[in-house]
Design a protein around this ligand. Structure first.
Ligand code: SF4
Length: 234
């Protein structure tokens, strides 16, 4: 497969996606702009109507949440894609993961975290007549695709009119285009999954490797040493 130096809707070469059962609209749960960008383009280029559902009460702290959300909204606005700004109900998230604070990434806490986010997505889809849901979480190589799909299907199961699309977004060059697009758009580059426990564990790992702690809100794809003030003018 050839790799264009940049990606836009006009030079998009990916084969068309075919939604299950010919669904013409999807409610796409999104975790952040870098993961969502390539998937949003792929869906748009395939002529499937999409709405982004940003529901991520796992993200800690609030400034980090606001940054990830605003980056995602910025790209939705650029592509003319509707963006649903859902609740930041952190109390609910902490209540559900209680007792799982020391689970490793990809463990039981992550399953609950996916369940929380996909249950809300499926409910919104049911209430607003979206026949199909999926999540951008699946494109990250740090995630367990089978774990994500199982949570997605579990969340959609109570609704006869909603199904979860288990497409592997990483395939057909998806992972590569995800990174290229993030650089092209200068998306904010987070260095931990999102919750307070992933921040803690990432910093512990860095400390063990004699590396400095994570400096949040400071890194952007395709740029070095860009201040937030300079970033806001891009
Ligand atoms: S590590 Fe990531 S997926 Fe797992 S619980 Fe934390 S935020 Fe959720």
């Amino acid at each position: 497969m050839t790799t264009p130096s940049s990606y836009s809707l006009s030079d998009y070469e990916r084969p068309s996606l075919h939604a299950p059962e010919g669904a013409e609209a999807i409610l796409l749960h999104s975790c952040c702009a870098p993961c969502a960008g390539e998937i949003m383009l792929a869906i748009k280029a395939s002529g499937i109507q999409q709405t982004i559902f940003f529901y991520n009460p796992n993200i800690h702290p609030a400034e980090e949440y606001e940054m990830r959300k605003s980056e995602n909204k910025r790209y939705c606005d650029k592509l003319g894609i509707p963006f649903i700004d859902a609740d930041y109900d952190t109390d609910h998230w902490f209540e559900r993961v209680k007792g799982l604070e020391n689970e490793p990434e990809r463990g039981a806490r992550c399953t609950v975290c996916f369940d929380i986010r996909f249950e809300r997505t499926a409910l919104f889809a049911h209430e607003h007549q979206f026949p199909l849901i999926s999540s951008t979480l699946g494109i990250s190589r740090w995630k367990n695709m089978a774990q994500i799909c199982a949570s997605g299907e579990h969340a959609a199961a109570p609704y006869q009119d909603v199904s979860y699309w288990t497409l592997n977004w990483r395939k057909q060059g998806g992972s590569q285009r995800m990174v290229e697009l993030a650089k092209q758009e200068h998306f904010y580059q987070q260095e931990y999954c999102g919750c307070v426990y992933s921040l803690r564990d990432s910093n512990r790992h860095r400390q063990a490797c004699d590396r400095p702690k994570i400096k949040r809100l400071s890194q952007f794809y395709g740029e070095k040493n860009v201040s937030l003030i300079a970033r806001s003018t891009l």
